[in-house]
Design a protein around this ligand. Structure first.
Ligand SMILES: C[S@@+](CC[C@H](N)C(=O)[O-])C[C@H]1O[C@@H](n2cnc3c(N)ncnc32)[C@H](O)[C@@H]1O
Length: 227
């Protein structure tokens, strides 16, 4: 399923006197509840403890029905400005800062810091569009730690990007919302095409063909305007 079809993201550069400085990222996505609800087979959410790992401003909860109570929702993230905004919007929910290093979201954090112990276990641990921002090693390490925070009988669900997934071949994908420029081919090609708008030097077809048989790959870019 194309979980990232409508990212609706807000990227802000915050700084005193309007100067570019700190990177601030607020996600405006609120489809997470519907995504996980469908994937988990429409479970009963009432009274269930939920950990939204990398939940940013709490978009999961904003888009969820009232059966999901603020009090039952924990958002752990390493990007402080997003947590502060989330806590303001959802005052009875739990927003927990995780001071782990991330080159973009938390460059002054601690490398490989373990996931904080929240003092409880969860019925649902949900991770939306987070492991698309970590290495494979980090993903495995974090998943191991998250599994230890799951209640017996609970569910952990996360999104990932399969570089070889081709939406055109998936009858469930809503092509009417797809980027018109991106009309064929797998995810990796779509990503490269998107990046090409800002980095015209990217050789999309050659890079795509070269990486076709790789087990995993990462696309990286430099945000020049921040430097
Ligand atoms: C693309 S945003 C997605 C936010 C939210 N899940 C959503 O769907 O709108 C990625 C989020 O993951 C967080 N993040 C990245 N690496 C993380 C890590 N190792 N641990 C916790 N959060 C992380 C970032 O700070 C950011 O808020």
């Amino acid at each position: 399923m194309g979980a990232d079809q409508q990212p609706n993201l807000e990227l802000l550069l915050r700084g005193e006197d309007g100067k570019k400085s700190t990177f601030t990222f607020f996600s405006g996505r609120t489809l997470q509840y519907y995504h996980f609800n469908a994937h988990l087979g429409n479970p009963d959410w009432a009274g269930k403890k939920i950990l939204d790992f990398g939940g940013n401003v709490g978009g999961f909860l904003i888009g969820a029905p009232p059966t999901v109570r603020q009090e039952d929702y924990w958002c752990v993230d390493l990007h402080k400005p997003a947590l502060e905004r989330g806590q303001k919007t959802l005052p009875r929910a739990h927003f927990v800062f995780y001071n782990r290093y991330h080159n973009l979201y938390n460059p002054s954090g601690i490398v490989d810091l373990p996931v904080p112990d929240l003092g409880l276990t969860f019925d649902f641990i949900l991770v939306f569009s987070v492991f698309t921002h970590t290495s494979v090693r980090e993903m495995h390490e974090i998943l191991r730690q998250l599994m230890a925070m799951l209640k017996s009988g609970g569910a952990l669900s996360f999104t990932f990007e399969d570089p070889n997934y081709d939406p055109v071949k998936d009858p469930r994908y809503d092509l009417t919302v797809a980027d018109q420029e991106v009309s064929w081919g797998p995810n990796l090609r779509h990503r490269l095409l998107r990046l090409k708008r800002d980095y015209p030097e990217i050789e999309v077809e050659q890079s795509f063909l070269r990486a076709r048989n790789a087990r995993w790959c990462a696309t990286t870019s430099t945000i020049r305007s921040l430097l």
